[in-house]
Design a protein around this ligand. Structure first.
Ligand SMILES: NC(=O)c1ccc[n+]([C@@H]2O[C@H](COP(=O)([O-])OP(=O)(O)OC[C@H]3O[C@@H](n4cnc5c(N)ncnc54)[C@H](OP(=O)(O)O)[C@@H]3O)[C@@H](O)[C@H]2O)c1
Length: 176
């Protein structure tokens, strides 16, 4: 399964600003437009529970799109779950992707946040990453990959300037 990760960060690598959980307060409409187009191309979307909590009131469930939320306590979210559209699991990502592949899912969009991104990175499961850099610097905020001991080599595939302010959309490929 091909895993594409998408995220937007400040120039200094923060995916949240201070203690805000709403990223729309500092990201641009150009980034939102790109995110929506990528989301619309994917039938499988994976996210961490904290990301889910921060966006769940904006999610529009669709019968042809499966969203999976990683949580250590899936039972706690049984009243949110909608079979085939929104599922909660504590499976390891490797096992999860292996289970979903035979169901016809060839591509997956990983939408964060940092903890789940770290888990996928440490398991060498990410193929591509789309990173939007907003020309802002935040003193406090979460890192795009939660801190730990790891490193990865990537290759830059493309760079696009999205607006006059200088919001950049970068595409990288992970070298495995
Ligand atoms: N700028 C961006 O592009 C972007 C993208 C996404 C999110 N965000 C922001 O980032 C914040 C969330 O990021 P985050 O790093 O704090 O959290 P996160 O990665 O979204 O979610 C973390 C949660 O995932 C679950 N989890 C982690 N490891 C797991 C494992 N091995 N097995 C099962 N479940 C596991 C746990 O849920 P439980 O606690 O339920 O067990 C954990 O608390 C939000 O404020 C969101 O707005 C920004």
């Amino acid at each position: 399964m091909k895993v594409t990760m998408v995220l937007v960060s400040s120039l200094n690598g923060k995916i949240t600003r201070d203690d805000d959980t709403n990223i729309n307060l500092w990201t641009t409409r150009e980034d939102a437009k790109f995110f929506s187009s990528l989301r619309d191309k994917h039938k499988l979307i994976i996210m961490g529970r904290k990301t889910y909590t921060s966006i769940h009131d904006k999610i529009k469930l669709q019968p042809d799109k499966l969203r999976i939320v990683l949580t250590k306590t899936p039972a706690k979210y049984s009243n949110h779950a909608k079979s085939g559209m929104l599922e909660f699991t504590n499976e390891h990502p490797t096992k999860l992707l292996k289970r979903l592949e035979p169901k016809g899912y060839k591509n997956c969009l990983l939408v964060g946040g940092g903890e789940v991104a770290r888990l996928f990175l440490q398991s060498s499961l990410i193929d591509d990453i789309y990173l939007t850099i907003e020309p802002k610097i935040f003193g406090k905020g979460k890192s795009m990959f939660a801190e730990d001991n790891f490193h990865a080599q990537l290759k830059l595939i493309s760079v696009k300037k999205l607006n006059r302010q200088g919001t950049l959309l970068l595409k990288y490929k992970f070298q495995k």
